[in-house]
Design a protein around this ligand. Structure first.
Ligand SMILES: Cc1cc2nc3c(=O)[nH]c(=O)nc-3n(C[C@H](O)[C@H](O)[C@H](O)COP(=O)(O)OP(=O)(O)OC[C@H]3O[C@@H](n4cnc5c(N)ncnc54)[C@H](O)[C@@H]3O)c2cc1C
Length: 420
């Protein structure tokens, strides 16, 4: 077990303990640090973002669902927060969503209908622009109609987590520290290692440890219905003389899969292009596999509508494999655990790590340390109790398990500010 000690006045009791130093844990930890609270972060890895968040190309844009669902509305609010939070650190700027029409059918694209639909979804002209093929070609390299999100972008999650957890006097990070048990004792949460040695304690505990929460909560007789979903991205090398070179995108694309803009590397006179990703439910194997390589080759062709492209010209360079966590519905888990006092969860971020971690950084501190300012901020972003109920863990505990207690004993948001 190693500690990063920022002050000599270290005791292992904190205001808040965060379990997990991926983008979920790092984002929430940073929000508490900004409030001046003493924060302990515990992770079994030797540093931040070494599991699913070891991802250097996480794209972020508003969701274009069929209807105005709670998922679509929440992800839009989360996008507005994420663009504010991360916009000046986007690694690449702008994301294009090509219309799901073949090149031959592109004449069936109706820009006015799409604009109306965007307005209906609450996505105004400052967030999205409908592009005809000519303008799309100029901006994105793809001669195809679609929707351009100028303020969307991609984030390097490793750098983001490092920045969020950079050393400061009120932060202590426990690296190489697997947690095997959590116990509520004398109005505090205590975390233990495999030998049942105490690691640290705190008044509030945030579980941001992805699939690791399954085993810990099993001991508390709680099930969050977490499911692993393996994903693989591939980076391909394409020689500048290849026929592909004329088709490669200049911006990130999101559609049947997603890809980054192709990057020209003068030293090797070739492009590097990251494309993905696969979505294999119930799989936890982190080794790259050939089936996923092949799927990503096919996604590459489909994304840029270049079905006749020679697969042999895409030379595999490297890959990223991560295990996403999802739950029974598509929404994340962000909120208080109904039957565990002072215990909060940020989990099941699925393929939307940037959006949901940004939302969690607003919501979790507002729940544990309510204040008029925190509520006003949530209200300003249209984050109503009704919307936040959609992501609260309480949604899985209603009915026979807890009955009315699930919603009555611990509201999604407290009714008014109170000091803690
Ligand atoms: C192929 C792929 C492509 C993706 N693309 C995108 C994208 O384009 N945009 C986007 O926004 N998102 C994307 N995602 C999703 C994003 O990467 C994840 O949602 C996000 O990284 C999850 O973050 P996390 O903090 O919840 O989990 P993790 O990063 O896995 O962090 C959990 C941490 O908890 C620690 N831990 C667990 N159990 C314990 C324990 N018992 N004791 C101590 N430590 C413990 C782990 O060591 C780990 O560091 C993608 C994911 C994949 C796999």
């Amino acid at each position: 077990m190693s500690f990063v000690l920022a002050s000599s006045a270290y005791t292992n009791h904190f205001d808040v303990l965060i379990l997990g130093a991926g983008i979920a844990g790092a984002s929430v930890a940073n929000a508490y640090l900004e409030k001046g609270l003493r924060v302990g972060v515990v992770d079994s890895c030797s540093g931040p973002a070494m599991q699913c968040s070891a991802h250097r190309n996480a794209i972020t844009h508003p969701s274009l669902g069929r209807g105005r669902t709670r998922y679509q509305q929440l992800s839009l609010k989360a996008f507005e927060l994420a663009a504010m939070r991360w916009g000046n650190q986007w690694k690449t700027r702008g994301v294009f969503h090509p219309a799901k029409l073949s090149n031959q059918d592109a004449s069936r694209f109706r820009p006015h209908e799409i604009s109306e639909k965007l307005m209906y979804l609450g996505i105004g002209p400052s967030l999205a622009k409908v592009l005809m093929p000519k303008d799309a070609k100029r901006l994105t390299g793809l001669h195809h109609p679609g929707v351009w999100f100028p303020s969307a972008g991609s984030l390097d999650l490793i750098e983001a987590c490092k920045g969020l957890l950079k050393s400061r006097s009120n932060l202590h990070c426990f690296w190489n520290t697997p947690v095997f048990a959590m116990e509520w004792q004398q109005e505090s949460w205590v975390l233990y290692d495999a030998q049942h040695n105490k690691i640290a304690s705190a008044t509030d505990l945030v579980l941001a440890n992805a699939l690791g929460a399954r085993d810990l909560l099993k001991k508390q007789k709680l099930d969050l219905f977490l499911k692993p979903v393996r994903g693989q991205l591939n980076t391909f090398l394409i020689h500048k003389t290849s026929a592909w070179a004329k088709h490669l995108p200049k911006s990130a694309l999101s559609g049947v899969g997603y890809c980054m803009p192709a990057e020209y590397v003068p030293d090797i006179q070739a492009y590097l292009w990251t494309v993905g990703s696969t979505y294999d439910e119930h799989q936890e194997n982190k080794s790259p596999d050939a089936k996923s390589d092949q799927m990503n080759l096919e996604q590459a062709k489909a994304l840029i509508h270049y079905f006749e492209g020679d697969e042999g010209a895409l030379i595999k360079q490297s890959e990223f494999v991560g295990i996403r966590t999802v739950t029974k519905d598509r929404l994340p888990l962000i909120g208080a655990l109904p039957i565990l006092k002072n215990c909060y969860v940020v989990n099941a971020l699925g393929s939307r790590g940037v959006l949901w971690s940004t939302l969690a950084a607003e919501v979790i501190p507002a729940l544990s340390h309510p204040s008029a300012a925190a509520f006003a901020r949530l209200a300003r972003f249209g984050l109503s109790e009704d919307l936040l109920a959609a992501v609260a863990p309480a949604r899985f505990f209603a009915g026979p398990l807890l009955g009315a207690r699930a919603s009555n004993s611990k509201p999604i948001l407290p009714s008014g500010p109170s000091a803690k």
